[in-house]
Write a protein that binds this ligand. Sequence first.
Ligand SMILES: NC(=O)c1ccc[n+]([C@@H]2O[C@H](COP(=O)([O-])OP(=O)(O)OC[C@H]3O[C@@H](n4cnc5c(N)ncnc54)[C@H](O)[C@@H]3O)[C@@H](O)[C@H]2O)c1
Ligand SMILES: [Zn+2]
Length: 372
Amino acid sequence: MKKSSSISFKTLKVSIGLYTHEVYIGHDALAHIGRWLLQQPSKRAFIIADQKLIHARKLLIRALKRSHWEVHEMPVHAGEELKNFNTIYPLYGDLLREKANRDSVLFALGGGTIGDACGFIASTYLRGIRWIGVPTTLLAQVDSSLGGKTGINHSEGKNLIGTFYQPSLVICDTRFLKTLGRREMLSGFGEMIKYGVIFDPNFFKFLEKNQSHILSLKPSVLVQAIHKCLYWKARAISKDEFDRTGIREVLNFGHTFGHALESITQYTRFQHGEAVIWGMRFALALSVVRKKLSIKRQLEIDSILSRLPVPPLPLDSSLIELFKFMKMDKKVRHGKIHYVLLKDVGRTITDSDVTYDDLVDSYQLLTKRVTL
Ligand SMILES: NC(=O)c1ccc[n+]([C@@H]2O[C@H](COP(=O)([O-])OP(=O)(O)OC[C@H]3O[C@@H](n4cnc5c(N)ncnc54)[C@H](O)[C@@H]3O)[C@@H](O)[C@H]2O)c1
Ligand SMILES: [Zn+2]
């Protein structure tokens, strides 16, 4: 992975197998798209855009037209409902009617739901056309835009249908985050902390120190932080493109409990990153219970997480349901939860011998310091 840098614009070269693509990160990163566009044989863009993002759509279209590209807009409602066969089926029809071909480029302008759905369409339309991610939520900029996991939902569960299909370019323009709500920002910040905790003690300290700068969108700090998260994610995915070798598994830190929380509350109570914040706190407690992490370090690491204003946990009566759900997690092998735990910041360990009692003990350790 090569990187280049300036204070408020950075690039990252991501290599996955034989494939390489770039990421532009910056306040006004979109302005740099011209150099990629100029190299392309065809000049036809199809933009699957969150229809709410009127200003961002204008900026992207202006950038494309400046390079003399023909632009077709396909505005959609963002959200989980988009990630559904019935909802995306008409979009294939739009592409066919407009004669989009293998030289055309799909753009995903929006949060993670737009990226997941657009990537899925790009990977299946005409057996695969190129696509560019233009993520507009912090969560999508630091996490979901990289790695090529595309997906739609099934009534049996989230993200059960999908492909691995890498984008040709990712553009993280931090100007787009200005209109993002406070909870969405916090949700993305939760995923950011994950990268510090699992990979990088210095970055963890940087986040502790700069939390308010990041949440108030100070360009130089924000660009540096997004770049660091993507740098670490790129390192993990480059060695495990199809999520098979276990290297990518560490990115699921906090997600077994987090996904279960989201699910038992019907995806209405927590933003994804908020549930992951609870999930990481739970994983820290479990690391103590499983004797991987000292209580002293747990408290130190937990202090940044415990101060974040996320919705409270559901009542204890939901515990059995919660743990039952964790057993159905994708990381379960032979009926055992495969847990990513922490020995210290930057040092993870997986543990598949966790018992039900360990989970209850961890929950108690976690909740004795919080108000339910
Ligand atoms: N592919 C992956 O590797 C991966 C990883 C993590 C999460 N995901 C997926 O990402 C999705 C969640 O991502 P998300 O939270 O970005 O979802 P989202 O696309 O639903 O966006 C969240 C909300 O923010 C709004 N929004 C987007 N950009 C905005 C902006 N700049 N200003 C104001 N509002 C804006 C959207 O309209 C929506 O209401 C889930 O479906 C999850 O499964 C995928
Ligand atoms: Zn996540």
